[in-house]
Design a protein around this ligand. Structure first.
Ligand code: APR
Length: 172
């Protein structure tokens, strides 16, 4: 069973095999995590992204991690929050499932997720946390070669929120 870790920090500094990027469907970069990963990883990442023909919301595609410590960046496209009635929950779960499937396909044993869709895309964090945790845990159970799943939150507030969601999902 994969270890599940929650930390606060900058995901571009994570020493894991694969870092998940909160991308958009063009895969041609952006702000937030996307901007940070491309800035820190360098132009090789974008060069490979250009060959992929974009990525559908809920799907995930791997590229080199360029200058990052990680070996791969797994670009996933989270749903834009439009009120909760357009399948956003299922699409967010799909991002985590597909990212872990792709990690297993490329041979990544450890993977770090940001809080997908909770920034520019406006997905409420308190709703996203249990979906992210639950879908990542289920997918990791189906892919035993992935033995570490780490969520890297960008603030202590977000870390506390994710910790609360984990405790509620896993009462002592
Ligand atoms: N490390 C970890 N987490 C980060 C970092 C970082 N360096 N930078 C931002 N975050 C956090 C944000 O605080 C937020 O909680 O990542 C979460 C996701 O925020 P966004 O990066 O805005 O991603 P998202 O909401 O999925 O929106 C994706 O934004 O940057 C564009 O190209 C991207 O169009 C796409 C959209």
């Amino acid at each position: 069973m994969a270890r599940l870790e929650l930390v606060a920090g900058d995901i571009t500094r994570e020493a894991v095999d694969a870092i998940v990027n909160a991308a958009n469907e063009s895969l041609l970069g952006g702000g937030g995590v996307d901007g940070a990963i491309h800035r820190a990883g360098g132009p090789e990442i974008l060069a490979e992204c250009r060959t992929l023909g974009g990525c559908a919301t809920g799907d995930a595609k791997a590229t080199t991690a360029g200058r990052l410590e990680a070996r791969w960046v797994i670009h996933t496209v989270g749903p834009v929050w439009v009120g909760g009635g357009a399948g956003e929950d299922d699409l967010l779960a799909s991002c985590h499932r597909r990212s872990i499937e792709v990690a297993a396909e490329v041979g990544a044993r450890s993977i770090a997720f940001p809080a997908i869709s909770t920034g520019v895309y406006g997905f409420p964090k308190e709703r996203a946390a249990p979906i992210a945790l639950g879908s990542a845990r289920e997918a990791a159970a189906d892919h035993p070669t992935v033995d570490l799943v780490r969520f890297v939150l960008f603030s202590d507030t977000d870390l506390r929120l994710w910790r609360g969601a984990l405790e509620r999902s896993d009462p002592p």
